[in-house]
Design a protein around this ligand. Sequence first.
Ligand SMILES: NC(=O)c1ccc[n+]([C@@H]2O[C@H](COP(=O)([O-])OP(=O)(O)OC[C@H]3O[C@@H](n4cnc5c(N)ncnc54)[C@H](OP(=O)(O)O)[C@@H]3O)[C@@H](O)[C@H]2O)c1
Length: 443
Amino acid sequence: MNLGYKGGRREQMEKEIIRIGLAGFGTVGTGLARIILENQDWIKRRVGKKLLISRVLVRDLNKVRTFIPGPEARFTDNPDDLLSDPDIDIIVELIGGIEVPYTIITKALKQGKSVVTANKALLALKGNELFELAAQNKAGLYYEASVAGGVPIVQTLKESLAGNKIKSITGILNGTANFILSEMTLKGLDFEDALARAQEKGYAEADPTLDIEGLDAAHKLTILIRLAHGQDYPFDSLPIEGISKVQAIDISLAGEFGYTLKLIARVKEKSGYLQAGVFPVLLPEDHILAKVDGPFNSILLYGNAVGPIMLYGQGAGELPTGSAVLADIMALARDNSEPNNTGFLEPCLPRARILDPELTVYEHYFRFTVLDRPGVLSALSGVMGEYNISIAQAVQKTNPAGGSVPVVFLTHKAQLKDVYAALKEINSFSFVTAPTVHYRILT
Ligand SMILES: NC(=O)c1ccc[n+]([C@@H]2O[C@H](COP(=O)([O-])OP(=O)(O)OC[C@H]3O[C@@H](n4cnc5c(N)ncnc54)[C@H](OP(=O)(O)O)[C@@H]3O)[C@@H](O)[C@H]2O)c1
């Protein structure tokens, strides 16, 4: 008996209890268990069945647990206890990492057992292979919690906006990075202090690399691209820049021009090609995403029929993420049709048609650090002109102590290829005393 649709579907749908094998009982696993216990009657009203966590896989059986998911739940540290239990209908993977979840999920799918996961890293790196395996075995592989935690973007793209061609998605997908940038903007902190605040508040892990280097947002973007465009964008091809080099001075100078710095994940469709990436950008202060502060996530997308849609909410945390996992379990428990994993019928999605990132066009912010002497401004603007970059605003700050001064240029639209070429030339001038800082501006 499983929800793998290999046979006996009618019998499955007639079951009164759906048994869950829960792999991982940390932040999200605990949150899921709490909501199931709290909302059991409500869930039954909606899906006609009781959800029961019957087995729980953890790493350390000796760890003290202040909460357990009901008297029936049996704990184990052996994944095979979940996978070989014929009574388990759905495997829920909430361990994190790659290897152990990959083994558990592939074994479950091969048995035709449906899987729910929040594991964005695994889906970004091995999603196409796993979705193909799920399709071969007619099993569900659902993952609402993998992007933006409690914000229901997966179901929105898969079902609610299925009839739209998605023209662009711009998301604040990492709450830790957004919290750090908000602290820098609102309190004038430098990066290290803002990161320390995020760690104190439990938003950032001891090793924050995935969050601050843009990798976590990029994992989520890979999943969104699949859902929105039905194409597999290889994670290794995605341009990714994080926020670890962001300096307080640029947040402050950008503010003087009316811009806010945010880490965004973005994909845009242009003539059948995709432009995508994760990078810090300047947003006009009245941009709807500029107002998303703290650990929150938000996604702004444009459909060719619906126009703009924006979602906003908690991208992490025990209950918000548990809520998204529960929605997937309920969808599998309720639905006796073929599972809808990617939103497309192809068992294996085609490779994305990718536009060379250097051909993308934005407005730009530059901060040069230069010696305060005659001819510097005209040399800088001369190089800009050479590469067809037209300057919209320029400001030179004074430095009463002498030495280097910051010069800021905001430009009209220019190709990244030209920007990189101009920067290379400018950084080689003897009057440039520190590498130039550059950000794209999104209007
Ligand atoms: N935390 C969030 O807000 C959030 C938001 C969105 C998505 N996610 C995703 O959800 C997943 C789970 O995250 P989490 O924050 O809940 O993780 P977590 O708090 O670190 O919990 C991980 C759980 O997995 C168990 N585990 C770890 N390695 C194991 C192994 N080798 N074998 C068996 N069990 C093992 C741990 O066992 P012990 O209890 O014995 O240590 C623990 O119960 C991740 O993929 C994460 O990216 C998390």
